[in-house]
Design a protein around this ligand. Structure first.
Ligand code: NAP
Length: 240
């Protein structure tokens, strides 16, 4: 696409791996690295990201960073707040500053350029499972926010798209103690789908499980579906 790339994360080894893979695809692409932890202080993390971006002209902003922690609201879990900060609050601080700049790239201005904003939500935005209250709520926020934003920014020729993936084969599952199975989709299939959908749909479901659940939400009463899925889901963490 002729764009340079800014990647964000926390781990130097992974930065090197991602940069190498980008260069293997196109060694003319310049890669800038921004290190920031989104989980502790959202305003500080956003300020760090924005100051490192400086005056660079951002055309596509992809809010993807996120993780899940299993819930147990009968006991204290400090990682809950870290998850909320990472999955929602820091992204929101960054968007609040970046969105006006992306909007100013539209054909209505002298620059004549378009912009795009992408979000990673989840299958969990569609349904309720025991043990996922906090994570599901962060992803519901992403899906609702992105779909409203898509309508709001359409007249400005800024494309917004949110993806609801089912299970994807990434590091995500190790953190919640889940095993990856061969039925999981590849990260490439989910990322290809969101870029293909950009400018065509504001929201896209990825993977067979999300598609089946989406169909069930259309034909089964919401309360009945919650009860059925609640019974099918693994038992939530034992409450002391
Ligand atoms: N895998 C799935 O089955 C699945 C399904 C639906 C939705 N999702 C969503 O997909 C997105 C990407 O996850 P993934 O599956 O690719 O998992 P992953 O391999 O664990 O990647 C998570 C990404 O989020 C970043 N991140 C996590 N905690 C962070 C923090 N405190 N501060 C800054 N960055 C942080 C990680 O950066 P580091 O490199 O520094 O760790 C990494 O870039 C997440 O929003 C996740 O909720 C995943």
């Amino acid at each position: 696409m002729g764009m340079n790339v800014i990647i964000h994360g926390r781990n130097a080894e992974r930065f090197a791996q991602v940069e190498k893979r980008i260069k293997e695809v196109n060694d003319l692409v310049e890669v800038k690295i921004i290190k920031a932890d989104f989980g502790q202080n959202p305003q500080e993390a956003a300020d760090e990201v924005l100051s490192q971006i400086g005056g660079l002209d951002i055309s596509v902003y992809f809010a993807n960073a996120g993780f899940a922690v299993p819930d147990n609201f009968a006991t204290s879990n400090p990682e809950q707040i870290e998850m909320l900060n990472t999955n929602v609050v820091t992204h929101q601080h960054i968007l609040n500053s970046m969105c006006p700049k992306i909007c100013s790239r539209t054909p209505n201005t002298t620059s004549g350029k378009r912009g795009a904003i992408l979000y990673t939500s989840s299958l969990n935005a569609l349904v309720s499972f025991p043990g996922t209250a906090g994570y599901s709520a962060t992803k519901s926020y992403m899906s609702s926010f992105a779909q409203c934003l898509a309508l709001e920014l359409k007249p400005r020729d800024v494309d917004v798209c949110v993806i609801q993936p089912g299970p994807v084969n990434t590091r995500f599952h190790a953190r919640v103690g889940q095993e990856v199975t061969p039925s999981f989709q590849s990260p490439e299939s989910a990322s290809t789908l969101i870029f293909k959908s950009l400018g065509r749909f504001p929201s896209v479901d990825s993977g067979i499980l999300t598609i089946i659940v989406r169909m069930l939400t259309k034909i089964v009463d919401a309360n009945a579906l919650t009860l059925i899925l609640g019974k099918m889901a693994p038992n939530p963490p034992k409450q002391d």
